[in-house]
Design a protein around this ligand. Structure first.
Ligand code: SIN
Length: 279
């Protein structure tokens, strides 16, 4: 069976069929990484991916990057659990973001497998940072190309999580996690696979421009956060049993929709390590 890659028709995303995700050969892995760099997010339907297959799929693409903050699965510590219980009002990842931008070498991507879905809602939305960059004026592109930005895990996981009730925090996040040092990345990076320019800031982890105060940075960052979430750059994925999504963390943002109050949603996420990024 050959691989079929069908673009969604929106600014990003493609549906991929013809692969057995837990058993990729090296050529198939290379095709997935290239397609990911091109489309930003790949969707797979009707997969029978047990945790072992999920891990094997991730390992065929690179080394697993164990998330320092999310609660791991008890049996498979490589898998982070993204869990919402009926009593939770906050959904993990409900603001537009890209994870791991606070690392020197941001992760390549994450693979999300649906384990328990609400009866309706719980979609994940994705936004293309290629498209967001391309749509800027030449003047703004030139300004941004001269800037670097600070990315911090403290704002989201230190200040953000301190607002959650203790019981909920300890169930959904690891105990005693530490914050890494803040890191600085160019505001416009060259994608390590496609070579295309990408707008590389995000609301959850970018705190200011390097050499600027937070107050000075806020208006321009706020513009970029709003711009990046413009509907024309986005695609909304509806989960079904057997769905798998993999997104490239260098050229996309994503957001989990908080629209299924009173129901359970459990997703298994594995992240694959990336490489240093540059302008
Ligand atoms: C995340 O990785 O931010 C969670 C995405 C989701 O649960 O849909």
């Amino acid at each position: 069976m050959g691989i079929d890659i069908e673009p969604t028709g929106a600014a990003l995303g493609a549906f991929v069929s013809g692969l057995e995700l837990g058993k990729l050969d090296p050529d198939e892995s290379a095709t997935v990484i290239e397609a990911l760099g091109e489309h930003g997010v790949l969707f797979f339907r009707d997969q029978d991916v047990a945790p072992e297959g999920h891990i094997a799929f991730a390992e065929s693409l690179g080394e697993i990057d164990v998330n320092a903050y999310f609660s791991p699965n008890e049996t498979y510590p490589q898998i982070a659990e993204v869990r919402t219980r009926p009593e939770n009002t906050y959904v993990i990842g409900e603001a537009w973001h890209t994870d791991h931008s606070y690392e020197e070498a941001p992760a390549l991507g994450s693979i999300l497998v649906a384990r328990q879905l609400p009866t309706s809602g719980g979609d994940t939305a994705f936004s293309s940072m290629y498209a967001a960059y391309d749509a800027l004026s030449d003047g703004m592109k030139e300004t941004l190309r001269g800037l670097r930005a600070v990315h911090s895990s403290y704002e989201a996981f230190g200040i953000g999580l301190s607002k959650l009730p203790e019981e909920e925090r300890s169930e959904r996040f690891r105990d005693g996690f530490r914050f890494g040092p803040d890191v600085v990345h160019p505001v416009v990076i060259s994608h390590p696979v496609s070579g295309r320019p990408v707008l590389y800031v995000n609301r959850s982890f970018t705190t200011r421009f390097d050499g600027w105060t937070a107050a000075e940075s806020r208006p321009l960052l706020e513009f970029l956060f709003e711009h990046g979430s413009s509907v024309e750059f986005t695609y909304r994925f509806r989960w079904e049993p057997g769905s798998v999504a993999m997104w490239d963390k260098r050229c996309t943002w994503h957001k989990a929709l908080n629209d299924y109050r009173g129901q359970t949603r459990l997703m298994h996420r594995i992240t694959v390590k990336g490489c240093p990024i540059a302008a």
